[in-house]
Design a protein around this ligand. Structure first.
Ligand SMILES: NC(=O)c1ccc[n+]([C@@H]2O[C@H](COP(=O)([O-])OP(=O)(O)OC[C@H]3O[C@@H](n4cnc5c(N)ncnc54)[C@H](OP(=O)(O)O)[C@@H]3O)[C@@H](O)[C@H]2O)c1
Length: 322
């Protein structure tokens, strides 16, 4: 799978935060990219058209995950499909079944069905650590790897519909692969930070640091598992290009409590406001990305991710200058 020149590949939800970086990487490697978007012509995809080689090698297709024909049209003729699109709500939504679960689960099955019909070589599905770690029975004394799964009943009880939808979608994707023989590899990133490529939309994970930097009275001292968007797209490409890749890959670089994250940010940007107090949360887990490292994955230092994120948020008007 190493020769990329002229190979057609499809990226679903091409205008999103992670997908935009993936499109950029694929174009730079010589792939021809079929990107799916829901509203072609919208300003929110302009950054894609400005990417190097986009004018020759990027083709945008209007497609909704719940419309099989539209997805199939984008996938036909592609060797690989990178299924990145998924609703990632920033807050609680009124109708999670329709707004979150159905596009995530049925949408993924539509993509896989279209891949099977189009004889795609490999599908890389972007899942999440949300499909691994949301489980009260995880052993506290062990490093958590890809063998663990989120407890869907726990997600239902706590109405954590995003975690439920990612877990159900990945579970069904794995079963689909077993049943049909389609080659499906999944990447499970933790909280994805890093510079924004898109200029008119802001995805949910890019709102987390600005909230801390704007200050507030009290914040929960949750554990933050962080990975840089540029490292995530490297992992996604490795999962396609390395023939030996199989199954799930947890993709996390840094683990720290929110209080320590705030201290780190303060040491770089001393003049923002920051939260005044922290309430204790007992949620610390160590996550392993060893399986991904065995494929050759490397990641950036945290300082680089934080600085590049904050500078990008300033440019995007999400933060005042210090
Ligand atoms: N960011 C994180 O911290 C993080 C962590 C772990 C996993 N992930 C996973 O990474 C992926 C990308 O996340 P992101 O942060 O880049 O999110 P994002 O910027 O919000 O992008 C999500 C994309 O999904 C598309 N989409 C949503 N519903 C759709 C539908 N019904 N049909 C077609 N497209 C649809 C949107 O397309 P339009 O442009 O057409 O609206 C958008 O481009 C998701 O699968 C997410 O679960 C993200």
């Amino acid at each position: 799978m190493a020769d990329s020149t002229g190979k057609n590949v499809c990226v679903t939800g091409a205008g999103g935060f992670v997908a935009s970086w993936l499109v950029k990487l694929l174009l730079s490697k010589g792939y021809t990219v079929h990107g799916t978007v829901r509203q072609p012509g919208s300003q929110k995809y302009e950054h894609l058209l400005k990417l190097e080689k986009a004018s020759e090698n990027l083709k945008l297709f209007k497609a909704d995950l719940l419309n099989y024909e539209s997805i199939h049209s984008a996938i036909v003729g592609c060797s690989a499909v990178f299924h990145v699109a998924c609703p990632v709500p920033e807050t609680v939504v009124p109708n999670p079944e329709v707004e979150v679960i159905e596009p995530a689960v049925k949408g993924t099955l539509n993509v896989l069905e279209a891949c099977l019909e189009a004889k795609v070589e490999r599908v890389v599905f972007v899942s999440s650590v949300a499909a691994i770690i949301m489980n009260q029975n995880l052993p506290k004394d062990k490093v958590i790897d890809e063998s663990y799964w989120t407890d869907k009943d726990f997600c239902r009880r706590t109405q954590n519909w995003y975690c439920f939808s990612k877990t159900e979608a990945e579970d069904q994707a794995m079963n689909f692969a077993k049943r049909t023989g389609l080659d499906v590899v999944t990447i499970c990133p933790s909280l994805v930070l890093g510079p924004l490529l898109q200029s008119t939309t802001v995805n949910a994970s890019s709102l987390i640091l600005p909230k801390l930097l704007k200050g507030c009275d009290t914040v929960e001292d949750k554990t933050r598992w962080i990975v840089d968007v540029r490292d995530v797209v490297d992992a996604i490409l490795l999962a396609y290009e390395k023939p030996e890749a199989q199954g799930r890959y947890q993709c996390n670089s840094h683990t720290l409590k929110t209080r320590d994250l705030v201290e780190k940010l303060k040491s770089i940007y001393p003049n923002y406001k920051y939260p005044a107090k922290f309430t204790e949360v007992d949620d610390y887990k160590r996550l392993s990305s060893e399986k991904l490292q065995m494929l050759g994955w490397k990641h950036r230092p945290l300082d680089e991710t934080l600085i590049d994120s904050v500078e990008s948020y300033k440019d995007a008007g999400l933060l005042q200058s210090e």
